[in-house]
Design a protein around this ligand. Structure first.
Ligand SMILES: [Zn+2]
Length: 225
């Protein structure tokens, strides 16, 4: 089976892409989506297909081992960092959610259990995609050289870059939505997805002055590189 990452042409239209806004907005939103999709070529699925989409692993065994170690960093970090109690039908219950085995969806007082191995490819595309998008925006010699703030927000442009990136994936989920996402989706559900991307970005920690070792600036970060 061929796998493809798809970037719909509609993403090049408003509200994602427009020329009359500060450049941190498209770089942080559509830029992050582009880099995320490109980085799927460097995950455990992507390395099994060549440039024509044909099944052919193009990583050396040594490179594959190194990639697996980096992805393991993400899986371990997310498992150690994120746990979830979901308020469901008026009761605060822990929801057991296991995606790797076909455990039927259950909602009863048991320990919450994510399987971050399922989401690690997507998590890594998020984490490293943000690094590339930020570096691309930072390297601009024009456009955002001026301090283009947004009305009503006391945030500088670097902080606004990350705020926009967060809003790309930000969503309000009902408990039912959350459970379905964890059960069915290969992406980390919100808000953990956003926090996971940001906490692995040294540039985010710098922009928001997060002390080293604080929840959003852990000592050990994960990255493709
Ligand atoms: Zn993806």
């Amino acid at each position: 089976m061929h796998t493809f990452s798809v970037i719909p042409l509609a993403l090049l239209t408003q509200p994602y892409f427009r020329a009359d806004v500060p450049r941190y907005i498209p770089y942080a939103t559509i830029g992050l989506i582009f880099t995320h999709e490109m980085l799927h070529a460097f995950d455990l699925t992507g390395i099994r297909y060549d440039g024509n989409g044909e099944p052919k692993e193009w990583f050396s065994p040594e490179s594959r081992l190194r990639l697996e170690a980096r992805l393991d960093c993400v899986a371990r970090q997310y498992a150690a960092t994120f746990s979830k109690k979901v308020s469901f039908k008026g009761a605060n219950v822990d929801v057991q959610v296991k995606r790797s085995s076909n455990v039927p969806l259950t909602c009863h007082p048991v320990l919450s259990q994510f399987d971050w191995n399922v989401t690690r490819n997507e998590d890594m595309a998020d984490i490293s995609g943000l690094q590339i998008a930020y570096r691309a925006w930072s390297s601009l010699q024009e456009g955002d050289a001026a301090d283009l703030r947004l009305p009503g927000l006391n945030l500088n442009t670097r902080q606004l870059f990350f705020l926009n990136a967060a809003q790309t994936y930000c969503s309000h989920l009902s408990p039912e939505d959350y459970i379905v996402l964890v059960e069915m989706d290969f992406h980390t559900p919100f808000p953990e997805r956003v926090n996971g991307i940001m906490m692995n970005s040294p540039s985010f920690a710098e922009a928001y002055n997060c002390p080293i070792g604080s929840p959003m600036n852990p000592t050990r970060k994960c990255s493709t590189w």
